[in-house]
Design a protein around this ligand. Structure first.
Ligand code: G
Ligand code: G
Ligand code: NA
Ligand code: MN
Length: 256
């Protein structure tokens, strides 16, 4: 109950901030996207990781107003970067299950895009495999999002209900290979095989592919050799605040 009350206050007072993690083109080393990740700027406890409140927010339904804040803040920030003259790139936002099943999701997103003036092609929504288990709902929702002109990626790909059926049927743009597969690609031949197979499959299906959780140069090299399009992870940068992200947009990511 304490967490619930505190979260309600946090929503009312907008005690949240977004951090941003760069997504890097593996060929050019340039930042071609950013993932927005929420933190709770608690007045006494400082920055709180989403791991400490997102699952509670999901259970209680508070994720809906929190998710709307994230969406608005991310679109607003991306528009600011564009106005400042940085190269245009999509910003990715994690959608929760409840948001994905919300009535009029398309209308809500469309409203935020209009309010912030962000061109829909510069918003990418990350959904997880578990949200696609209701196949009819998923197809319907994704078609509506497609009509809006936003991009959709499948987050944590390979860890949930991975159906090859939806890869064929669903209008999605990108797969994000879960970092649990990337972690051991240099030591576990099974993980290496899974990752190379996912990459090859995405090329055949005309999807883009990004590897998450890239932490070493060896992993990067492996992914490059196997024609992964994009990479994201601590090797380049952890999620950082807007000022640090702007620094990287100006000067490049350190390790690229
Ligand atoms: O940023 P960090 O690695 O601490 O994120 C931890 C978890 O919280 C990740 O699973 C991430 O997807 C989730 N998360 C971060 N920001 C958001 C958000 O804005 N909305 C939702 N639904 N989940 C988020
Ligand atoms: O579930 P999702 O993929 O949205 O999770 C994003 C989370 O992954 C962020 O909270 C971020 O802090 C974390 N993350 C990003 N890059 C790395 C990495 O290279 N290694 C590890 N262990 N975690 C990472
Ligand atoms: Na994500
Ligand atoms: Mn992920």
């Amino acid at each position: 109950l304490k967490l619930e009350n505190e979260l309600r206050r946090a929503i009312a007072q907008e005690e949240f901030v977004l951090f941003y993690q760069p997504q890097v083109d593996i060929e050019t080393g340039r930042i071609v996207g950013v993932e927005a990740l929420i933190r709770w700027a608690h007045p006494e406890k400082g920055l709180i990781s989403p791991n400490h409140f997102i699952s509670f927010a999901e259970e209680s339904g508070l994720i809906v107003p929190i998710g709307e804040w994230v969406l608005r803040a991310a679109c607003k920030q991306n528009k600011i970067w564009q106005n400042q003259g940085f190269p245009k790139m999509p910003i990715s936002v994690n959608l929760s299950m409840r948001q994905f099943f919300q009535h009029n999701l398309k209308g809500k997103i469309s409203h935020v895009l209009e309010q912030t003036g962000l061109d829909p092609q510069y918003l990418e929504l990350e959904i997880t495999e578990s949200m696609t288990m209701d196949v009819d709902h998923a197809i319907q929702s994704l078609l509506e999002l497609k009509e809006l002109g936003v991009h959709v990626s499948i987050d944590d790909f390979g860890t949930g209900y991975s159906s090859l059926y939806y890869l064929k049927k669903f209008p999605i743009d990108k797969l994000k290979i879960d970092r649990s597969f990337v972690r051991d690609i240099m030591v576990d031949p099974n993980d290496a095989a899974i990752v190379t197979t996912i990459i090859a499959m995405t090329h055949h299906l005309n999807l883009k592919v990004i590897a998450e959780g890239v932490e070493t140069e060896e992993q990067l090299h492996f992914l490059h050799q196997n024609r992964c399009n994009e990479v994201q992870g601590y090797w380049f940068s952890p999620p950082v605040d807007a000022v640090e992200l702007e620094h990287m947009l100006s000067h490049g990511v350190p390790a690229a």
